[in-house]
Design a protein around this ligand. Sequence first.
Ligand SMILES: [Zn+2]
Length: 99
Amino acid sequence: MLKCPHCNTASFKRSKILKANWIFSTIQCNNCGKKSRITYFSRLIVVALTVVPFLIFGLILSPFDNVLVTIFVAILIAFTGSLLTPYLVKYKIEEKNAS
Ligand SMILES: [Zn+2]
């Protein structure tokens, strides 16, 4: 599980990582209180696991004629992909607002 790059001991909660991944926000460590930001490369991983499958399924692979069903399933796929992101992404020390 993802650890704080500042103190390297406390690991972030998965729900916190998920939220930060979705909005590309910072995570504040419960242990040292310092903030970390997702790396640029990890953002690409998040996009590759969520937006890309969403578009591929929604535009190309959908077996459904119903647009609403297609969108619903595509969102489910994107959500499932996002559940994997806490294990794959890396966080770096946030330089700004590092107080
Ligand atoms: Zn920390």
